[in-house]
Design a binder for this molecule. Structure first.
Ligand code: ADP
Ligand code: MG
Length: 709
């Protein structure tokens, strides 16, 4: 929507331009102007340190209370510590071998400080923060007005601070630029909105709070309008496309007769909707969302049978090898040997032996295989289909838009597509992010499912931790199985969950803070007396696919009773006899990830138990996540909490938003009302034929002048 114009380098200099690109993917003037402040501070108001999120980059307003320069214990070098105070609590700054900072950082000075928040010996700390001090004279002279002026705080990183971004933005704002208004003048007036340029100016350089408040509202409205216009356009396009017509027949009715259970009402409704889509002559574009364990696979399989009835092919794409092979096994079982053979059901993964893969590829190309289940291997160039009619994406939030399209592009005509997710997505969000998907929801679980009880276990309580293993052994004695999930594979592996790792070797790290790893936990459980005689397995992403398959087979068949695993089991894995999920260092996982993990148990007739072992402080966001999980079982409710804590892009997976999100201010859930209200207005704008020129254009009029200025 934005025109690529001036390279920022000409305006800001190479260094800043490069940093903006590297840290935020900002390449153009327009993109920089649309990098909005996250919030506003005031010089007169010190930041409340008590709620700073550990592990995140923050910008705070603080005042130096005291400083301390000393040499380090037992080794060379010195440490300069600065204690910042706010109205509420303290924050320590640590500088190693930088004694010269004593000259500028002394008691009484105030400023902005920025860095990644760590916690050491129970104190919040910024190591080698970046800072900008306020000018003491100005504080005295113009105290009041100055203290009231809102300071924009931008999303920043450790290397690109908020105030550097602010300066870059100001430079660009000072240049002359123009914007093409998206919204007709009468509508602006009627809705009491600022024109686009004014709003952009005011969101970056407000003189008072009401400036940025009004600017934010105006820009949100603009975003909602662009969003709706975009959707209208996509819908129009989709209506013009044609697709094969599939009608279900004997294959499906025989399958239904043989089902060992009754379909839930949700499964029946979804089936009816899908059948109608497949028979319509236009590509189906449907999302099937349902709680973990709600039975999405059988719905998908019924669609496959309808397509296979007239010889059409289906492809089921799964995010992991473990899940793909489990789908393959359970689908083969559900279909029975005769139908499996008739349809030529195949598995395709990158780790299979070449000869096997070649055979599958041939069967796909010749049309002998009417259902292939696979991983990313399905997307590779040498994969082709004879007549691909239906594309199914399982756990779609694990895939990016590009990957979904890559699979679809293997069809000669537009294929039907069904995407499935257990990360429930509020409807408004689904519609915005996935364009014009129709949505089917499985709101209820199959009958007879047992509720899952979730507890947080404080890792420092030895008795409680011992009780965890005792519970595991009780479940196993009762004939059931348990998962034990850890964040890491081995102790050396650095974690990729974005959790905080101490950055400086100079800081005393407490033993036992290392996040649990499957290899060490596996070893210690094998020696745990409480689990004596219990057969324990190990599963992680670095094992070969053969090993993984064997372990999963053994766990599914009950040969293994406890499975120590990384999140390779996070999605989709279905072992109804598993009743207990122990998550070690649970605070290292995100909310939806934990919800997924918990969904691995309570799938059979046994009550589920989920134990979240963690040493995280009660005051942290991470604890709040665990707490929410222990109280709430409804994935829908959790997803909205998750949205509040993080941005949409995060919840949907980064790949989803394709890097930079086009939504800056609008929060699809929180602003659902606005988005809906704008819809009819967008229809009007579109009818008036305005939408053609309605792209948001921010333009530098005279790049030469700007570079000089
Ligand atoms: P998910 O929606 O998480 O992908 P699955 O499709 O893996 O769930 O289904 C979970 C389990 O529930 C499977 O063992 C499946 O056979 C079973 N199942 C599916 N539908 C029903 C139903 N209507 N009644 C009983 N069990 C069902
Ligand atoms: Mg599933």
């Amino acid at each position: 929507m934005l025109t690529d114009l001036t390279l920022l380098a000409g305006v800001l200099g190479d260094k800043t331009a490069k940093a903006l690109d590297k840290q935020f993917g900002i390449k153009t003037v327009a993109e920089l102007l649309l990098h909005f402040p996250r919030r506003y501070s005031k010089r007169g108001e010190l930041t409340d340190f008590s709620s700073l999120p550990i592990g995140e980059v923050v910008t705070v307003v603080g005042q130096v209370q005291s400083t301390n320069q000393r040499s380090m214990k037992g080794r060379k070098g010195s440490i300069f510590e600065v204690v910042l105070g706010d109205g509420n609590g303290q924050l320590t700054l640590a500088f190693f071998n930088q004694a010269w900072r004593q000259a500028e950082l002394h008691a009484g000075v105030q400023g902005l400080f920025s860095g990644k928040i760590g916690a050491f010996s129970g104190r919040l700390q910024l190591t080698h923060p970046d800072y900008e001090l306020f000018d003491a004279e100005i504080i005295d002279q113009q105290a009041k007005a100055w203290a009231e002026l809102p300071i924009p705080i931008y999303p920043a990183t450790g290397t690109l601070s908020s105030w550097r971004i602010q300066k870059a933005v100001e430079k660009v704002l000072d240049a002359r630029h123009q914007a093409q208004e998206v919204i007709p003048a009468e509508l602006l007036e009627k809705q009491k909105l600022m024109p686009l340029l004014t709003a952009i100016e005011m969101i970056h350089r407000p003189k008072k709070d009401s400036d940025w408040e009004q600017a934010t509202n105006s820009l949100k409205f603009h975003e909602a309008m662009l969003l709706q216009l975009g959707l209208l356009e996509r819908r129009k396009k989709a209506e013009l496309e044609e697709a094969a017509v599939y009608k279900s027949g004997a294959l499906l009715s025989r399958f239904d007769e043989g089902l060992p259970f009754d379909l839930t009402p949700g499964q029946i409704d979804a089936g009816t909707q899908i059948a109608a889509d497949l028979a319509r002559g236009h590509p189906m574009n449907r999302m099937l969302q349902g709680e973990v364990g709600s039975g999405k696979t059988v719905v998908a399989l019924r669609a496959v049978l309808a397509v296979a009835e007239s010889g059409g092919q289906s492809a089921l794409l799964a995010p992991t090898e473990v899940l793909a092979s489990q789908h393959f096994r359970s689908i083969v079982q559900a279909l029975g040997p005769a139908v499996t053979k008739e349809l030529g059901v195949r598995l395709l993964t990158g780790q299979q032996p070449l000869a096997m893969r070649k055979k599958t590829l041939l069967d796909m190309a010749s049309g002998n295989c009417r259902l292939v289940i696979g991983t990313h291997a399905l997307l590779s160039e040498n994969v082709s289909f004879f007549d691909l009619g239906l594309v199914i994406i399982d756990e779609q939030h694990r895939f990016g838009v590009g990957q979904r399209e890559a699979l679809k592009s293997k069809a000669k005509n537009s294929p039907h597509s069904l995407v499935m997710t257990a990360t429930p997505i509020p409807r408004t969000l689904a519609v915005t992010v996935f364009g014009d998907l129709d949505v089917s929801s499985l709101r209820e679980l199959p009958k007879g499912r047992q509720p899952i009880v979730t507890h947080i276990v404080d890792i420092s309580r030895k008795d409680l931790v011992a009780r965890v293993w005792e519970r595991v052994s009780e479940e196993v004695s009762a004939g059931r199985q348990a998962f034990v999930v850890c964040p890491k594979i081995d102790p050396q592996q650095t974690e990729d969950t974005g959790a905080m790792v101490p950055e400086s070797e100079d800081l005393e790290s407490e033993p036992g803070l290392e996040p649990a790893s499957v290899t060490s936990v596996f070893a210690s459980l094998e020696n745990n007396k409480m689990l004596a005689g219990i057969r324990i397995g190990l599963l992680h992403g670095r094992m070969s696919s053969k090993e993984k398959d064997e372990v999963m087979d053994q766990f599914e068949s009950g040969q293994l009773q406890v499975l120590v695993a990384t999140t390779v089991i996070e999605v989709g894995v279905n072992v109804p006899n598993a009743s207990t999920m122990v998550v070690l260092d649970a605070d290292h996982f995100g909310l939806s990830q934990l919800h997924q993990l918990r969904g691995r148990v309570g799938r059979g007739e046994h009550a589920g138990l989920c134990l979240l072992v963690s040493g995280v402080d009660r005051e942290t966001l991470a604890f709040q996540r665990l707490d929410a999980l222990s109280r709430i079982s409804d994935g829908f409710e959790l997803s909205e909490i998750d949205l509040d804590v993080r941005g949409e892009g995060d919840v949907l997976g980064d790949t989803q938003s394709g890097g930079r999100s086009s939504l800056q201010l609008l929060r699809v859930v929180r602003d659902a009302k606005l988005i809906q209200e704008v819809r009819p207005l967008a229809v009007e704008v579109e009818k008036a034929g305005m939408s053609e020129q309605l792209t948001l254009v921010l333009e530098i009029q005279d790049a030469g002048q700007l570079a000089r200025g």
